[in-house]
Write a protein that binds this ligand. Structure first.
Ligand SMILES: [Zn+2]
Length: 251
């Protein structure tokens, strides 16, 4: 299952017709120019000042691991972004509410973690809108950040981002924690990738969706928790602080 660092082409503010991208018929539609959206490019870093980074946790919420991640973050006064799958939000609403209550940010990670490139534009919109609605219902507000499963944003999801006011967020540091390489390896990879503006990709979920546990991981995220406990004090000692992308406009 590919989880490679993002190497998507830069297409920020490419003006395209959302109507065309979404496959709507021309009949009865507003003129393309009137419906044009500024389609954003996935952001791989944040612009939040020297030594400021962002931690992100995908595929949850998990009733087992998300609370452990939250405990570690709270112990260090660090806020992070949790890109949740909509189908998990309904299963574990209390976990979502704790994420929000403790000052973290909930992002949209699709409903059931499909490869968006395999879906129709309408299906992509449904994956994203249903998750917006689920998070709003449980957490009180709809997400403003979106991350595509596998970093597979596809044109359709970027068009929906433009429509819904979502910022597509990728990453710059991928320690591949989903593959359980060992907590020390995960921690070392994060420390090695630490830099001003870095966005770190982690996984706190035990599944990517209702049909998609991450192969090879066994759904065990304990190494991520252990790694976090190890590297956070190291990075904080080195002068790093942590924020969430929503607090900083794109570069
Ligand atoms: Zn994911």
């Amino acid at each position: 299952m590919p989880k490679t660092p993002c190497s998507l082409p830069r297409r920020r503010f490419l003006s395209v017709s959302a109507t065309a991208l979404l496959g709507f018929g021309a009949a009865g539609a507003a003129p393309a120019a009137a419906r044009a959206r500024r389609v954003p490019t996935p952001e791989t870093t944040i612009d939040a000042g020297p030594l400021v980074m962002a931690l992100t946790f995908d595929d949850g919420p998990s009733p087992q691991y998300t609370p452990q991640v939250l405990d570690v973050l709270r112990g260090h006064g660090v806020h992070a972004t949790f890109f949740v799958c909509g189908d998990n939000v309904g299963l574990y609403p209390d976990v979502v509410r704790r994420i929000v209550a403790e000052g973290h940010v909930v992002g949209n990670h699709s409903w059931s973690h499909p490869h968006l490139s395999d879906l129709s534009a309408a299906e992509v919109r449904d994956q994203m809108q249903r998750t917006q609605d689920a998070v709003a219902k449980v957490g009180g507000r709809a997400p403003v950040l979106f991350r595509a499963p596998y970093g597979d944003f596809a044109d359709a999801s970027l068009a929906v981002c433009a429509d819904l006011g979502l910022r597509p967020i990728s990453w710059s540091v991928d320690p591949a924690d989903w593959a359980n390489p060992g907590s020390a390896t995960i921690a070392d990879r994060v420390v090695a990738g630490a830099a001003t503006g870095a966005i770190v990709l982690h996984h706190d979920g035990t599944e990517g969706g209702d049909d998609n546990p991450e192969p090879g991981s066994g759904g065990d995220r304990s190494q991520t928790v252990t790694a976090l406990k190890s590297y956070l004090p190291r990075l904080i000692s080195a002068g790093y602080t942590f924020t969430t992308p929503d607090a900083h406009p794109p570069r």
